[in-house]
Design a binder for this molecule. Structure first.
Ligand SMILES: Nc1ncnc2c1ncn2[C@@H]1O[C@H](COP(=O)(O)OP(=O)(O)OP(=O)(O)O)[C@@H](O)[C@H]1O
Ligand SMILES: O=C(O)c1ccc[n+]([C@@H]2O[C@H](COP(=O)([O-])O)[C@@H](O)[C@H]2O)c1
Length: 199
């Protein structure tokens, strides 16, 4: 049976960390904790994806990834969800549109690692996302320069908040995005899968 949609108090700011989590790892946990602190968020929801629309090979079954995510992500202000499976969305723009209408009294910040900023211009309706949703980006080993020179970073340059103002992101009107340099963890799901630690 699926979980209910998460509850959140009026006015609270929710960071959304979408991912395949195939498998979830300590890099995800680390950026969640950093995002809560740096971007002044009340909550972070993990959106365990039914499947990244750009990835050719489907991930492990959703229930397995969800259960592993719930085991690893232990924080009173972090919630692991399968919202996209519940509301029937896969593209991030659709998910965000649905959440904005389901939670009209809350604010959302889309969270992602620097590698996803480098690819962001390939996402469905990415310009709409950038224009309408606050985005918080966290450094990831190897990805900084490429990400900050990528088409989405160039397109969004006028709306970039300096890292020193990261705490204002949640309270800024979209469009607004911020890249923060956090201590980095060189860990990835693909590396774990390659080791055969996630069958
Ligand atoms: N070590 C990390 N540091 C910073 N961000 C990370 C890290 N690991 C994952 N992320 C971010 O978390 C989100 C979900 O990542 P995902 O589930 O794809 O894990 P991944 O390790 O990147 O997987 P894969 O290696 O299969 O691409 C993405 O925005 C990604 O950039
Ligand atoms: O909407 C899109 O076109 C799109 C394309 C690629 C990735 N995403 C989302 O980006 C998040 C990270 O994906 P992944 O597979 O790198 O963990 C996850 O929420 C995906 O649904 C979204």
């Amino acid at each position: 049976m699926r979980d209910a949609l998460p509850h959140v108090g009026p006015g609270q700011v929710v960071g959304l960390l979408g991912g395949s989590f195939d498998p979830p790892h300590m890099g995800h946990v680390h950026i969640t904790r950093e995002a809560l602190k740096r971007f002044g968020l009340d909550r972070v929801w993990w959106l365990v994806s039914p499947g990244n629309p750009l990835k050719e090979h489907g991930p492990a079954p959703l229930d397995r990834r969800l259960a592993a995510a719930k085991r690893i992500m232990q924080h009173p202000r972090a919630v692991v969800t399968d919202i996209e499976a519940q509301i029937g969305t896969r593209y991030t723009a659709e998910t965000l549109e649905a959440l904005l209408s389901l939670y009209p009294r809350n604010r959302f910040v889309w969270l992602m690692g620097a590698d996803n900023l480098a690819q962001f211009h390939l996402w469905e309706r990415w310009e709409w996302i950038m224009a309408n949703v606050r985005i918080g980006i966290l450094a990831r080993p190897g990805g900084r320069i490429e990400a900050l020179n990528a088409p989405a970073a160039r397109f969004g340059r006028p709306w970039r908040l300096p890292a020193a103002q990261a705490g204002l992101l949640a309270h800024s009107a979209a469009p607004a995005w911020c890249f923060v340099n956090v201590p980095m963890k060189a860990i990835s799901s693909s590396e774990i899968r390659a080791r055969g630690d996630w069958g």
